[in-house]
Design a protein. Structure first.
Length: 227
């Protein structure tokens, strides 16, 4: 039986970048849903939290499917100013944004975790900044079309570099927020079950991992520009 041609094969024939941008958009969706999920746990609305978790899972799975399709369908004979392998590596890094969001929601759902009241405001500010970091990475990836058109040179490069500086700033902000949250937790950890404390520290690091992954997307884009 003849092998069915992937729709992405046709899509890549028109735009080698479109599916890569779509993939980052899906990954960012998972990051944005994390805010909804965490807020629902704080509000003790676990049905809403579970619904958000399911949507995060769906986004992560969709991102995985698209990643596989891109790997299988990205033509080897494209005439691009960057190697095909670099574009595939970019997709792999983008995928980590969705993976990290899924991991956070999975552990919190599995343990039915709720952050202590004294930490809740800080946690939501932290999650929002991590989500903003992902959105900034998405905005930068949306400039890939223009970068390709100008051969990764000229004014468009400066525009993207400015966006990447803002991405770095946001990720740096998440680092500071994580430090502040760990300090708050340290001050009250004697009043909490030891196992819960261990997982609170872990979750703080994992939420920060969403921003780290988004920054890595920017780092990879910076490397493409430098080449």
């Amino acid at each position: 039986m003849a092998r069915r041609r992937s729709p992405l094969g046709n899509l890549f024939g028109r735009s080698p970048i479109g599916p890569i941008q779509d993939h980052m958009k899906i990954a960012d969706t998972a990051a944005q849903l994390l805010s909804t999920f965490i807020q629902a746990t704080i509000d003790d609305k676990w049905k809403k939290a579970e619904e958000a978790y399911k949507k995060i899972l769906e986004a992560e799975r969709e991102a995985d499917r698209l990643k596989r399709d891109i790997r299988q369908s990205l033509p080897k004979n494209l005439f691009l100013p960057v190697p095909r392998s670099d574009l595939l590596e970019l997709v792999t890094i983008q995928d980590q944004v969705a993976n990290r969001a899924k991991d956070v929601a999975g552990i919190i759902t599995g343990r039915h975790m709720q952050f202590p009241e004294k930490m809740q405001k800080g946690i939501m500010e932290f999650v929002h900044t991590c989500a903003a970091t992902s959105t900034q990475a998405l905005a930068a990836i949306h400039q890939l079309d223009e970068l390709l058109e100008v051969g990764f040179s000229g004014r468009e490069v400066k525009v993207v570099e400015s966006m990447l500086k803002e991405l770095d700033r946001l990720e740096g902000k998440t680092d500071k927020q994580a430090i502040a949250l760990r300090l708050k937790l340290f001050k009250i950890e004697d009043t909490l079950p030891a196992v819960d404390v261990m997982f609170y520290y872990e979750i703080i690091g994992m939420i920060g991992g969403v921003a780290d992954a988004a920054e890595s997307v920017g780092d990879r884009l910076q490397i493409l520009i430098a080449k």
